[in-house]
Design a protein around this ligand. Structure first.
Ligand code: FES
Length: 72
């Protein structure tokens, strides 16, 4: 079973690591290199959505979400 990790970057993108397919609403696949992490925009400011283009650094995005540890 393939393992995928999605890391929520502080004030930045979702960093996807693992063997994944990324498709649009019509099921068309975006070309991605499975050997490299993929950064997906979560600020909405990227000109290359769904991918991050670094615009989060200058758009004032403040997302700093953290998981609540079990038992906390
Ligand atoms: S998260 Fe990087 S451009 Fe949106």
């Amino acid at each position: 079973m393939a393992e995928v990790t999605i890391t929520v970057r502080p004030r930045g993108p979702y960093l996807v690591q693992g063997n994944v397919r990324i498709v649009d609403a019509d099921g068309n696949e975006y070309p991605v290199d499975p050997s490299k992490p993929v950064a997906l925009c979560r600020c909405g400011a990227s000109q290359k959505r769904p991918f991050c283009d670094g615009a989060h650094k200058s758009c004032g995005f403040e997302g700093d979400d953290r998981a609540t540890p079990p038992g906390a």
